[in-house]
Design a protein around this ligand. Structure first.
Ligand code: ARG
Length: 408
């Protein structure tokens, strides 16, 4: 793979097309270069109507337009492993944007194979993580393809793009200049908001930022309880009803969002070295990872939980850094998968005023034993054995202290 906008004449290019201004300008720009651009619109549950996207792309002059629903693939092959991994970047962000990028790249590669394209293209800027994810994923799965990122290369700013669109009669909303100052990325697993006034890290996000979570100040005074059933590390039921993971996450996201759960405001370390201010709304992701950890705490040994925590952090970084299709990530998946064999049970969660609190849990293979833990009569734990154990456990500390007189 190499990155080049040089000589695109006669080249077939598959462009990840959203229907928005950036990618519409990209499409026209490819035509101007003499290329043969194909538009690919993927439905990842971002909630925008896809109906007129095809007509829009063809209207601008695309040689072809694909509109594809990738929601199931997104949930089963990207979100599900991230749930098993409790993957949270910076300990907070459930990585919904980062998880979508390798899938979009994979779909672009598939479309490129269908039409015999030599190039794929995306509308990412040169400052973010998404360009890295698209480019490195393509390098990982289709090293023969060339990736083009016109927005990164041409250096047009927003007003220049609008002028370009006007000059070429591209269809774009006349409200575009009045549009929200935010840069937004959304899919079925969450919504990210950047830029505009949020670039001041000391500015409190106002209500115009949020769309899928209620303001905890005005969310219902009465809590809602949800019960999530897990099997082998994945949610399979909600309040006793078996549901496909996609439906379950959407439903859970709505319930948690109604109580203001899943708002995240963080300073994040981008792969390109920039610290950025990010607002996320991830009601389903925040709740489901909490629930999953609750079952793991009942079913995994202390050793596995500790070791897995280091794997989880690395997993989140690999996902964030665009290294989804790499040998390390694949090896970590195998480790995580092995740990999930007994992670089955139910978690009861209380949703209230912005928080999701685990209030109960059961597990089919629980390592938790009330007989061992109880302070009441009938405990099977041998307290007499504790004294000898502690003597040996403390032996190195005692020895150090008698030789050195303690820690300075
Ligand atoms: N900072 C997040 C990430 O790198 C989200 C970026 C989403 N892009 C956007 N235009 N808001 O995963």
């Amino acid at each position: 793979m190499n990155n080049s906008t040089a000589d695109l004449s006669g080249k077939k290019v598959v462009l990840a097309y959203s229907g928005g201004l950036d990618t519409s300008v990209c499409l026209k720009w490819f035509l101007e270069q003499g290329a043969e651009p194909y538009a690919l619109y993927l439905d990842l549950g971002q909630g925008e109507p896809a109906d007129d996207v095809e007509a829009k792309a063809l209207g601008i002059g695309a040689a072809g337009a694909f509109v594809r629903d990738a929601k199931d693939e997104f949930v089963n092959d990207y979100i599900a492993p991230a749930i098993k991994a409790n993957a949270l970047y910076g300990g907070e962000y459930p990585l919904f944007t980062a998880l979508g990028r390798p899938l979009i790249a994979k779909k672009m590669v598939e479309a490129a194979r269908e039409v015999g394209a030599t190039h794929i293209a995306h509308g990412s800027t040169g400052k973010g993580n998404d360009q890295v994810r698209f480019d490195v994923t393509t390098a990982s799965i289709a090293p023969d393809l060339t990736v083009v990122a016109p927005v990164r290369d041409w250096g047009m700013n927003r007003p220049e793009e609008i002028a370009y669109a006007e000059k070429h009669g591209l269809p774009f909303s006349s409200d575009i200049t009045k549009e929200s100052p935010y840069s937004i990325d959304a899919n079925l697993y969450g919504r990210s908001i950047e830029a505009g006034p949020l670039e001041d890290p000391n500015y409190e996000p106002q209500s115009d930022v949020y769309r899928i979570t209620a303001d905890p100040e005005t969310s219902p005074d009465e809590p809602t309880y949800v019960e999530i059933g897990f099997e082998r590390g994945l949610p399979v039921s909600l309040d006793g009803e078996n549901l496909p993971l996609l439906d379950l996450l959407v439903k859970l996201g709505e319930k948690a969002g109604d109580h203001g759960v899943g708002r995240i405001d963080m300073i994040e370390d981008r792969l390109v070295g920039i610290k950025s201010r990010e607002i996320y709304e991830a009601p389903a992701g925040v709740t489901v990872v909490k629930a999953h950890k609750a079952i793991e705490s009942m079913t995994l040994t202390k050793d596995v939980i500790r070791f897995k925590a280091t794997v989880e952090q690395r997993y989140a970084e690999l996902t964030y850094d665009g290294l989804w299709f790499t040998p390390l990530k694949s090896a970590l998946d195998a480790f995580i998968e092995d740990t999930q064999k007994t992670v089955s049970g139910t978690v009861r969660i209380k949703l209230h005023k912005g928080s999701a609190t685990v209030v109960g849990r059961t597990a089919t293979k629980a390592l938790y034993s009330k007989d061992l833990a109880t302070y009441e009569a009938g405990s099977t734990f041998d307290e007499a054995a504790a004294a000898g154990f502690i003597t040996l456990w403390g032996l190195p500390a005692r020895q150090w202290s008698s030789v050195n007189g303690g820690i300075e």
